[in-house]
Design a protein around this ligand. Sequence first.
Ligand SMILES: [Zn+2]
Length: 125
Amino acid sequence: MTTLEILRLRQAALRVRLIADEVGAAEPMRHGDAADQAVRRGGLEQSFTERELLLEQMRAIDRALDRLAEGTYGMCEACGEAIAALRLQAIPEAALCRGCQAEAERRARVVRVRIADEPEDEEEA
Ligand SMILES: [Zn+2]
């Protein structure tokens, strides 16, 4: 299978999951008691997060297809080095090499910690 075929297959599989997610979310919440509905609401919130992840993956695959068309597929978007073949096998839409991915995740964690450290508005009042 070519990289293009693999990426297109992953894209198709994601589309199916997104559509299945929409159908599930549209289900009315009339039935069940309060506890049941709370569980359902929890499930819905979870599915929003999962939906975000699916959409993010979708965008990553779109960008990988663009890179494939441009002939830059397999090159790290941050440092320009070749992404390891094993990494591309595991994550065909990977845009960053292992080193840059680790650095990006470290930065994202630092930002999250900083946000958590910010005092809340209510506490200031
Ligand atoms: Zn890199």
